[in-house]
Ligand binder design. Structure first.
Ligand code: AMP
Length: 366
């Protein structure tokens, strides 16, 4: 505990969204203060003692921000590397820049994961329509074309099938830096939320099954239908990635599961070097949430228990779903979380609700 931050210390968060908000709320529970830096005011500003609006490209402003805090963390992965590195000169940066560098580029990310001996969908770089022939030979005809950088919630993607006009699909991406991925006929999607402390200890949450609506996460539920062996393999994969990144904090690893004879049933889709939407249920269903464990890790504290006391279904409130808040607030066994955003635009994450039930199985410790 010698290098642990003292309660009362200030934690710097890059990014002002709802993830930053829930991080700051978890930090407050442990007696920390938060200073949030964002390129616009956001949900995290409302719950932090200090907030700064500045460009993520402004290395000097980010450095000044880092000088005002005891440690810097981030709540989204598209912070420019240069800015993050500037912050790292003035305060410990946790997780480090390596995780960002890898997660920011799907081609680098998939290469990194493959090099660890972990399965991903077949993939190939595409930087002009001329590359499609070779790429399709690797991926097969049913594929997904994705931008290498800045994709989220299914944005910057095009489905490729027989008859798709490849040149049009490529032009629609609006960038030359693309990756073609083979379409994975998965049975379902899961994500592993792993916390890694400064001294390298790992703590895993139960693995949720995730469903999507219009490319956006809709629900995350625990328990998932993943069998014990596959769950153990999924944890092993996520742990290996966290180790290889020398990671500090909570890391999310999204995976596809498909029952396959004699082949790896789990394939990594992508990693998120931050707390993750598919872990929001941990606030209501665990003694220590993913947000608190991220704060504990970056503060050099021992990790808290990840054991789940209830079965849970987290549902995102997207756009005008949030208008149902009076009814949702009246539900007897649910935790309602609203992010304080003013305008309920379509596709915008406005809040979430976690519905709890007593655990159907006998709780195990761990
Ligand atoms: P991503 O932005 O990579 O997380 O993709 C968003 C969603 O698209 C995923 O959660 C999957 O449902 C689907 N998806 C992405 N890549 C693939 C793939 N290679 N094969 C099948 N479905 C995919």
């Amino acid at each position: 505990m010698s290098k642990a931050l003292l309660p009362g210390s200030t934690i710097g968060i890059l990014g002002s969204g709802q993830l930053g908000r829930m991080l700051a709320m978890a930090a407050a529970r442990l007696g920390f203060r938060c200073h949030v830096y964002g390129d616009a005011p956001g949900p995290a500003f409302d719950v932090s003692v200090k907030s700064t609006v500045g460009s993520y490209e402004d290395a000097a402003a980010i450095r000044a921000f880092a000088e005002s805090v005891a440690v810097v963390t981030y709540e989204f992965e598209n912070v420019p590397l240069a800015a993050v590195s500037a912050a790292g000169l003035s305060a410990p940066l946790r997780p480090g820049a390596k995780a960002l560098e890898i997660a920011q580029d799907r081609l680098v990310e998939k290469t990194f994961i493959t090099d660890l001996g972990i399965a991903v969908a077949p993939f190939a770089a595409v930087s002009s329509p001329a590359d499609f022939k070779t790429a399709l030979a690797i991926t097969g005809g049913k594929a997904i074309l994705k931008t290498r950088r800045f994709g989220y919630d299914g944005k910057g993607q095009a489905r490729i099938a027989k008859g798709t006009d490849l040149a049009d699909a490529f032009a629609a991406l609006g960038t030359d830096a693309a990756i073609l991925e083979g379409f994975v006929p998965f049975d379902f999607e899961v994500s592993v939320l792993v916390a890694r402390g400064v001294t390298g200890e790992l703590a895993f949450y139960d693995i949720p099954i995730n469903t999507h609506r219009d490319g956006i996460l809709d629900t995350s539920s625990v328990p998932s239908p993943l069998g014990l062996d596959h769950a153990a393999r999924a944890r092993e994969i996520a742990g290996a990635i966290a180790e290889a990144l020398d990671y500090t904090g909570v890391l999310a690893v999204e995976m596809f599961y498909a029952a396959r004879e004699g082949a790896e049933a789990l394939m990594v889709n992508e990693i998120a070097p931050r707390v993750h939407n598919s872990g929001h249920w941990t606030i209501d269903a665990c003694a220590v949430s993913q947000f608190e464990n991220h704060i504990r890790a970056v503060a050099g504290w021992p990790l808290g228990p990840t054991v789940r006391h209830s079965d849970a279904v987290m549902q995102n409130l997207i756009g005008d779903d949030v208008d149902a808040w009076p009814r949702l607030a009246a539900e007897p066994s649910a935790g309602l979380h609203l992010y304080g955003k003013n305008e309920a635009r379509p596709g915008r994450k406005m809040g979430h609700i976690t519905r709890l039930r007593p655990r159907a199985d006998v709780p195990k410790s761990g």
